[in-house]
Design a protein around this ligand. Structure first.
Ligand code: ADP
Ligand code: MG
Length: 179
């Protein structure tokens, strides 16, 4: 991966999975969704900030899609390439939270972020999933979890690393169970 990383912070916990095909990425995203849901049920008013990092085509949107659907969203999850942000309100098991999915690739200036009022999405219960966070450098709150996707030798291979960068993030990824 080149030039698409938030500054290196030593993770408090880390989970790495080698996915040979898209169905394995789907399985990991689903396991992550289950772990996140557990965290949300214990922290119903809290917010998690999650970055999705990797080159174009690495699978950031694909991972976000399986994650959002894994948490209970039943409709489509489209790429927010042009809208920059798509909100997904989710109601499940007495829980009510929102996943905001961002793709900041087309953002020209970090100021756009402030002018669009995106900052307020970081106060609502739930999570923000952010592709290309470096486009809003300096204006984003710190990340709790960093997801790195990297292409493998084969067209459908990906290596996916989930790093917890905060104590909240550590608890939220704690119960990822891929089996
Ligand atoms: P990004 O958002 O990082 O630019 P996308 O998720 O839009 O990438 O595109 C990833 C593409 O790679 C999709 O067409 C997806 O079907 C394909 N793909 C193939 N194998 C995998 C895999 N193992 N995990 C994720 N995506 C995969
Ligand atoms: Mg994308």
């Amino acid at each position: 991966m080149t030039g698409n990383q938030t500054p290196q912070i030593t993770p408090k916990a880390s989970f790495k999975q080698y996915c040979r095909q898209e169905s394995e990425t789907a399985k990991l995203a689903k396991a992550f969704a289950v772990s996140l849901e557990q965290w949300i049920s214990q922290n119903p008013h809290a917010h998690l900030n999650i970055s999705l990092e990797g080159d174009l085509g690495a699978g950031k949107t694909t991972f976000a899609r399986y994650l959002i659907q894994g948490m209970g969203h039943e409709g489509r999850v489209k790429s927010p390439t042009y809208t920059l942000c798509e909100p997904y309100p989710i109601q499940k098991n007495h829980l009510s939270f929102t996943a905001h999915h961002f793709d900041l690739y087309r953002m020209r200036d970090p100021l756009e972020w402030q002018e669009a009022g995106f900052a307020e999405h970081f106060d609502v219960p739930g999570l923000c999933l952010i592709e290309w966070p470096e486009k809003a450098e300096g204006t984003l709150p710190p990340f709790d979890i960093q997801i790195q996707l990297q292409a493998g030798a084969d067209e459908n291979e990906r290596s996916i690393t989930i790093n917890a960068l905060s104590e909240a993030g550590k608890t939220a990824i704690d119960s990822i169970d891929i089996n």
